[in-house]
Design a protein around this ligand. Sequence first.
Ligand code: FES
Length: 108
Amino acid sequence: MTELCRLEQLDTTGSLGLTVDLGRGPEEIFVVRRHDVVRAYRNSCPHTGGPLEWQDDAFLDDEGEHIVCATHGALFRIDDGYCLAGPCRRQSLSAVPVRVEGEKVVLA
Ligand code: FES
């Protein structure tokens, strides 16, 4: 079981960037939380492949309702990484399977 972070590291609507080895060497991912929903995605925008955050650990819009790509403003659903608006509309972020075990977020 690989622990990614603790729930307390994510605010109620928060996000956290991490570097983890998913079996192909170190990769940049991020974990997002909105209330009881916790998801993780590779930190790679479908539009250009670049990172999404606008500053360290900041992957969400002001309302904490969507993942936002800082480069061109694409908006993604937290629940499944689907792009709702922006240049990569209808594409999706690459999910990293995670689950919550007690107070920990772990790779599933
Ligand atoms: S790089 Fe993400 S929207 Fe263009």
